[in-house]
Design a protein around this ligand. Structure first.
Ligand code: G1P
Length: 291
């Protein structure tokens, strides 16, 4: 079966970026001049996804507005002949009915957020993208995963080798090192302490899941942090279906942390011909001062 739908859990409060995220969704934080959520949505669209499902929450309306027309702004840009900008912001608006919004009414965890999309996803494989993980790559990471899914027809999680001391920040696989970027999963543990971690292969925020995951999430069993975890649900899915880890090709920025977010801004700004030279000269100067 084809992967046509992608779920974006965006109900989180973003407390790590307070006060910036007090009145603004964390997914709207810009990397250079584009919000995090737009990078993730573009990745999905460029991977061939045709239905975008947001699981939102209170105070996330800016995300809906971002992907909608803003007539006053469009008229002003038109009147001022700002054609390139006008094109850019109107391109953001999808065909009606292809972006769907549902709400997670209680903050019960990532697994619960994904479960909130069950009626919209239905009985087919689907992707999940966490906008915090900004993926920079030639071929969209989700496209790389969908290509593998086409032959495997099994759930697939994106993975990366992390520092063994950092396992408590991630879902961790019990699996051998990937060969040709793929490894078969023996088990999954959410945020284990380094001493308990079965490997240093960490789950990165891209998943392709088979719909049977919803039956497991339906049980609403809680795990690490007292939350309904997608990692735990996948560990249970293993009893009936294979799951694979996919080592992506590209670079990841952990925009869920302040330092990762700053690195992303630097990296994307240095890619821009309009910003690169001034930024480089500033950085060189700053590095000299720092010794
Ligand atoms: C979530 C998942 C975790 C995964 C991580 C990837 O954790 O629960 O398994 O490794 O995303 O970014 P969070 O970062 O929301 O705490």
């Amino acid at each position: 079966m084809q992967v046509r739908k992608a779920v974006f859990p965006v109900a989180g409060l973003g407390t790590r970026f307070l006060p910036a995220t007090k009145a603004m969704p964390k997914e709207m934080l810009p990397v250079v001049d584009k919000p995090l959520i737009q990078y993730a949505v573009e990745e999905a669209l460029n991977a061939g996804i045709s239905e975008i499902i947001f699981v939102t929450g209170r105070s996330k309306q800016a995300i809906e507005d971002h992907f909608d027309h803003f007539c006053e702004l469009e008229h002003t840009l038109m009147a001022r002949s700002k054609d390139a900008l006008l094109k850019e912001i109107t391109l953001l608006v999808p065909e009606s009915g292809t972006f769907i919004y549902t709400r997670q009414n209680e903050p019960l965890g990532l697994g619960h957020a994904i479960w909130c999309a069950r009626k919209i996803v239905g009985n087919e494989p689907f992707a999940v993208l966490l906008a915090d993980d900004l993926m920079k790559s030639e071929k969209p990471v989700l496209k790389q995963m969908i290509e593998r899914f086409e032959s495997l027809q099994s759930s697939l999680v994106c993975v990366e080798e992390v520092d063994p001391t950092a396992t408590a920040s991630y879902g961790i696989l019990d699996a051998d090192p990937p060969k040709d970027r793929i490894t078969r999963v023996r088990g999954l543990v959410e945020k284990p302490a380094p001493a308990e971690a079965p490997s240093n292969l960490a789950i990165i925020g891209r998943y392709i899941l088979t719909p049977e995951i919803f039956d497991i999430l339906e049980r609403k069993e809680t795990g690490a942090g007292g939350e309904i975890q997608i990692t735990d649900a996948m560990a249970r899915l293993l009893a009936t279906q294979p799951i694979y880890g996919y080592r992506y090709e590209g670079e990841r920025f952990d925009c869920g942390t302040k330092v990762g977010f700053q690195m992303a801004n630097l990296s994307y700004a240095l890619d821009r011909t309009d910003l690169r030279d001034r930024l480089l000269s500033f950085l060189r100067g700053t590095l000299n001062v720092c010794g």
